[in-house]
Design a protein around this ligand. Sequence first.
Ligand code: MF3
Ligand code: CO
Length: 261
Amino acid sequence: MIYIKTDSEIQKMIEAGKILGQCFDFLKEHIKPGISTWELDHLAEKFLKHHHCIPSFKNYEGYPGSICASVNDVLIHGIPSKDIILKEGDIISIDMGNIYHGYQADAARTYGVGEISKEAQRLIECTQKCFFEAYQQAKVGNHLSDISAKISDVASEYGYSTTKEYGGHGIGKEMHEDPFIFNYGEKGHGVILRRNMCLAIEPMIHQGSDKIRQLDDGWGVASEDGKLTCHFENTIYIDNDGPHITTIDSIVEGYLSNVER
Ligand code: MF3
Ligand code: CO
């Protein structure tokens, strides 16, 4: 069942997203060669708690971290570790969830560590474009799959594939609510979108094949072919004038200020 939020619930979703966006801008300053993903996890947890929030991933179905930190071929759910030290040229996807006054925000970013290759840069650019084009489809009266179709359309323009086994989701009091949002599809299917629906839209893009493999820790998911993967996610709510992103950081701000111009 899809929960439609009240206006006062939307206000709390906005607040949860705002603090999560600030946490990303804080974390990205620390993404440099030599830092471990464990240290990034520790910094994020401290930041959220300091802002009277709860990191939602911690203990979620037994998950040990406050963030997922997925490097290079690792797509999602990378467990932070003292042994995983970032090096020049890596790309790292950080996925984080936040609870504020009982309401959730969920977002992911992929950052480059130092100088990265043209190919890695292009993958990140594509994944952000997938999100920003797809989220504009989240309008009152559109079909859910209009979002999914845009993600796979943009990815194939770049010659990339999208993850088939994981996708976006409704979000509210729970991190994962209905509906599930595929990262591929065709327009015109699924539920009709309504005002005050809240969704986490999260393109996951593969430089090579969309085949995945599970890491031995039981959490991490990586590309089977070892090629780079990328993740970009935001929480949005739908108003009569269109979709609004709650998880605003400098990347989203940059995008929004270009659109206004
Ligand atoms: N944030 C992920 C999602 O977008 C879920 C993280 S799973 C956790 O759906 F176990 F790490 F919390
Ligand atoms: Co999510």
